[in-house]
Design a protein around this ligand. Structure first.
Ligand SMILES: NC(=O)NCCC[C@H](N)C(=O)O
Length: 416
């Protein structure tokens, strides 16, 4: 499949997913925070809920599972060896190389995702409180963050927390070596001074072929955005390009990424968490224009005014509804603003955020239950503007919603 994502809501053709496995339960209340969770999860419920995501998406697009892609990638011995060496170097676990080399592609893929139990074969490991020499990838079901499709390229995430670094290394290997995708990858590690660079996919929205909207907060640094800017300046094509930057609060953790407070739903509709995106506050919005290799940077009122100046007029739909600030806060906390588009005006989100869904309904979105789609009671092709509502009691405890759990690799081009 040729990678091509030039908007947030062009009709979806391909998407990378990861069904949560044992990794999400391999933590305790004490170390959940280190895993970047605000709570511990129940796997059997999380799995059922995620089945709804897969069930709906596989009706409309080609779905790829990270586990399968990784196993496929590892089936080439030279790639397997290189990946093992890279991962062991990144995690300073050089002593594991031989043990990992002996595993089959399937077993290695499982160990890299679910974790490799620590062998207590010397005093240090015997006394260690850790259970794993390679920790489980607790957050991999948020496939959005570790790699980012931008037009026909894939930008590899540079994760803000070490606990997610392996995800980015795996995704780079998948794009370069699984044989499934045609693309070229860009890894921010190539930047000379990359110490302060971090970029995560939840912060990067592709509004149009020539417009990115990027969150600048605890996961994506200004240096990360400057790296993207430097790459845009290196293009041989000198056409105009825009980056709209939205500063984000660093706490609480529900504001980790831009897609937790702002998502695009349709040509003329977006979902906003009002206090951050529309209200007067200290979080700046900055419009960067690159024109014929010249950079112009200016502060603007908000994302919507910046998009308006580029010919994109968007009506905001308010997360949590317009009436009660507490309800807005509660629904934003549970990823109420985090929608994933299957096509223009066709989105997916959590059923639990009832006030947000009611607000969308007032704006013409039909509310469709994921179960009805999966059991063929509802044919999505017969509907034009809708939210598919998925169950989410466990999944949001990991810290994200439908957009966070999906990594689109191909969407149909929009005729603007
Ligand atoms: N795009 C997103 O907002 N992803 C959610 C990631 C949640 C995960 N627990 C994290 O803290 O990285």
């Amino acid at each position: 499949m040729e990678i091509n994502v030039s908007s947030e809501f062009g009709t979806l053709e391909g998407v990378i997913l990861h069904s949560p496995g044992a990794e999400v339960e391999n933590m305790t209340p004490e170390n959940a925070q280190r895993a970047l969770y605000s709570d511990i999860l129940n796997l059997s419920i999380a799995k059922k809920e995620y089945q709804q995501v897969i069930g709906v998406l596989s009706k409309v697009a080609q779905t790829f599972e990270v586990r399968d892609l990784l196993t496929q990638t590892l089936s080439t011995p030279s790639v397997k060896e290189e990946l093992i060496r890279d991962l062991c170097a990144a995690e300073k676990q050089y002593q594991l190389v031989d043990e990992l080399l002996e595993l089959s592609p399937e077993a290695l893929s499982k160990a890299l995702i679910e974790g490799l139990p620590l062998k207590r074969n010397n005093l240090t490991t015997f006394l260690s409180e850790d259970r794993y020499s390679l920790h489980p990838l607790f957050n991999f079901y948020f496939t959005r963050d570790a790699s980012i499709s931008i037009n026909n390229k894939v930008l590899i995430g540079k994760m803000a927390n070490k606990v997610r670094d392996r995800e980015a290394i795996i995704m780079e290997a998948i794009f370069n070596h699984s044989g499934t995708f045609t693309t070229s990858t860009i890894n921010p590690y190539i930047a000379q001074d990359n110490k302060h660079i971090s970029i995560e996919g939840g912060d990067v929205l592709i509004a149009r072929e020539d417009v990115l909207i990027i969150g600048n907060g605890c996961r994506t640094t200004s240096q990360g955005i400057d790296f993207i800017l430097s790459r845009i300046l290196q293009r041989s094509d000198k056409s105009r390009f825009h980056i709209i930057v939205q500063e984000l609060p660093h706490t609480p953790e529900s504001f980790i990424h831009l897609d937790m407070v702002f998502t695009l739903l349709d040509f003329n509709k977006c979902m906003v968490y009002e206090p951050i995106i529309l209200d007067n506050n200290k979080y700046q919005t900055v419009h960067i224009t690159v024109d014929n290799n010249k950079v112009n940077i200016r502060a603007v009122d908000n994302i919507l005014t910046a998009l308006h100046s580029l010919g994109m007029d968007l009506e905001p739909i308010i997360c949590g509804g317009t009436k009660d600030r507490w309800i807005q806060e509660r629904e934003q906390w549970h990823s109420g603003a985090n929608f994933f588009a299957l096509g223009p005006g066709k989105v997916m989100g959590y059923a639990r955020n009832v006030y947000t869904l009611e607000e969308m309904n007032k704006h013409g979105f039909e509310i469709i239950k994921a179960k009805d789609v999966i059991t063929n009671h509802i044919d999505l092709n017969a509907h034009h503007k809708y939210v598919v509502a998925i169950d989410g009691s466990e999944l949001p405890r990991g810290g994200g919603g439908a957009r966070c759990m999906t990594m689109p690799v191909r969407r149909k081009k929009i005729n603007w």
